[in-house]
Ligand binder design. Sequence first.
Ligand code: DX5
Ligand code: ZN
Length: 236
Amino acid sequence: MAMATRKRPGPRAARIAPSILTADFGSLADVARRLEAAGADDLHLDVMDGRFVPNLTFGPVAVEAIRRATHLPLDAHLMVVEPDSLTNDFAAAGVDSITIHAEACPHLHRTVQRTRALKTKRGERMRVGVALNPASPLALVEAVLDDVDLVLCMTVNPGFGGQKFIEAVVPKVRALRHEATRRGLGNLDIQVDGGINVDTLAVTRKAGANVFVAGSAVVGAADWASAISNLRRVAR
Ligand code: DX5
Ligand code: ZN
């Protein structure tokens, strides 16, 4: 079984995390291998339950197959109504990071603590992220900012790839980076996800994001390696 061997670079280094949502689901292991070869930093796995969002994707069994195919860190984005019922299974399946939606957690502080307490398949502490939908305010995550490794500011309404970037989220990214700096949270990753391409990456990078999820901008491109290196060039 391939295990993630890449150590995370220093704080706030730019990372390109292709999403497999718009890839060929008939060959996810091959997609994972090809994205690793194309220079991805992480693999973004969009888990959807058909209830939190109007779409249904894959579960821990598919993630196990992807885990066997790549050394990349697996970044699970749980767009599900009851994340607490699934985090253990995704940890056992081999993910390295789990992002839950603040909107899906009535007891967000407890869910963050539970997820942080999980171990990855390599025996390391699970990285934990919290996601905010485009219309959700930063206030939803203020009480857990010191406990998470990542905040995901959704730049589309979750559920589908290939949607248009929502400009109105940019001030939220800027305010979040400002707050993280104020608190001395230099290692906090700010991830943006949805409609990310070279133009919108430049805007969100300037606002303070440093992890960029790109689905159609990468897997929809003819040459995945040049799509990733173009994104990385802009992210520098
Ligand atoms: C949407 C997912 C995103 C999506 C991004 O719910 O969370 O990760 O796959 O796809 P693009 O980059 O095509 O907007
Ligand atoms: Zn996502």
